[in-house]
Design a protein around this ligand. Structure first.
Ligand SMILES: NC(=O)c1ccc[n+]([C@@H]2O[C@H](COP(=O)([O-])OP(=O)(O)OC[C@H]3O[C@@H](n4cnc5c(N)ncnc54)[C@H](O)[C@@H]3O)[C@@H](O)[C@H]2O)c1
Ligand SMILES: O=P(O)(O)OC[C@H](O)CO
Length: 369
């Protein structure tokens, strides 16, 4: 064995617990962890690159990373899976594309949030009972019973544990290996969290773990609503001070909303990459900000759907639907007046208010907030 590889093996083994089912067969080549990525969009593709660089490097993972792709016929007439399999992506990163997941014990969910439930329904009965999942999906669903985080949806539908990974992670920047950080949110098994950190961590993608699934996930979800507000401010050319004020007020609502829904959410989570850092990057350079800016520049006369299709070419916005989902929760619970930024964003997106309302909403702020 080459010295470099041997050192890696030792380093890995030192961090492994000895009494955990997730690990205890790792020395057996037939039981190395197998990873499947569910999703192949902007972040899905880049996250797969990160993952595959580690599975090739670390002996306790199976080299091959499988990817579930939402099949599309491209303008050229070719199927998306054929194109991906034909490119050097497969050669470089050993990707294969199957829907059969029975031999994967690490499932990475990374699709726009509105598709997760439908995908999970198709996966029922096709996955291992001892599989662990992680959600990179920023969003939530609102059910009859109330709000449902995507990690909870995955856990409930598939009967498996689900951690989350969120952070200041604009995919295009990570694709060219610019330095960034991320946060793994886990429920109670630190060893599982460490395994996810191992899978994603690279010298240019620093991952830390926080025992606060809901806090980490709500940060990633709610910042998209604030990013829409920041885009309106840009479209109205209100300047940096106004945008900073919107970000501060947005962060305050993110924290208040998270803690009202889940009192266990920790203050410290808002200072991790998933919190303030993701809020900043999204409000400066994200897709939600960009499309909201165009919406405001057009005075709300062109719909978000139209602008999304034109500007993102197949990629999906999360902020507009999340604002609507958050609004539903606020209305149902009688909290609208407590969250003037969140509610104003939805009212603008749905055409009830003009974009300029984003800077007028502060008059509605309760003084005791
Ligand atoms: N792009 C980023 O920079 C970034 C970074 C961090 C987190 N995220 C989050 O990751 C998640 C996925 O984002 P993304 O950028 O990879 O996606 P994306 O915006 O690229 O989504 C488009 C993809 O959705 C898939 N799709 C379209 N219709 C579908 C359907 N009916 N069923 C299933 N899949 C369908 C297609 O594969 C398409 O490529 C989102 O929650 C997003 O907020 C994105
Ligand atoms: O491009 P956005 O607005 O979907 O944001 C992308 C990421 O969530 C930033 O971390």
């Amino acid at each position: 064995m080459a010295p470099a590889l041997e050192a890696q093996v030792q380093q890995e083994e030192q961090s492994l617990p000895h009494n955990n089912n997730f690990y205890n067969t790792l020395n057996d080549a037939t039981h190395r962890s197998k990873v499947t990525v569910i999703g192949s969009g902007n972040w899905g593709s880049v996250a797969s690159k990160l993952i595959a660089s580690n599975t090739l490097r670390l002996p306790s993972f199976h080299d091959e990373v499988r990817m579930w792709v939402y099949e599309e016929t491209l303008p050229s007439g070719e199927k998306l899976t054929d194109v991906i399999n034909r490119t050097n992506v497969r050669e470089l990163y050993s990707f294969h594309f199957f829907v059969e997941l029975r031999d994967s014990n690490m499932l990475v969910f990374v699709t726009p949030h509105q598709f997760v439930e439908g995908i999970c329904k198709r996966l029922v009965g096709k996955i291992r009972e001892d599989a662990e999942a992680i959600s990179l999906v920023k969003g939530m669903e609102v059910k009859m019973e109330g709000p449902c985080m995507i990690s909870t949806l995955i856990s409930q539908q598939l009967g498996i544990n689900c951690s989350v990974l969120m952070g200041a992670n604009i995919a295009n920047e990570i694709a060219v290996e610019k330095f960034s950080e991320a946060t793994v949110g886990y429920r109670n098994n630190r060893e599982v969290a460490e395994r996810w950190v191992q899978l994603f961590y690279t010298p240019y993608f620093i991952v830390t773990a926080a025992q606060d699934v809901e806090g980490v996930e709500l940060c990633g979800t709610l910042k998209n609503v604030v990013a829409i507000a920041a885009g309106f401010v840009d479209g109205l050319e209100m300047g940096n001070n106004t945008k900073a004020a919107i970000m501060r007020l947005g962060l305050r609502e993110m924290k208040a909303f998270s803690k009202l829904l889940f009192p266990s959410v920790k203050d410290s989570t808002f200072f991790e990459s998933c919190g303030v850092a993701d809020l900043i990057t999204t409000c400066l350079g994200g897709r939600n900000r960009k499309v909201a800016e165009a919406y405001a520049r057009n005075g709300g006369k062109r719909s978000f759907d139209e602008l999304e299709a034109e500007m993102l070419q197949g990629q999906k916005l999360q902020g507009v639907s999340t604002a609507s989902e958050v609004y539903e929760v606020l209305s149902h619970r009688g909290w609208l007046e407590l969250f003037p930024l969140f509610s104003t964003v939805h009212e603008i997106c749905s055409g009830l208010l003009p974009p300029s309302a984003i800077v007028e909403y502060s008059e509605k702020l309760p003084r005791s907030f």
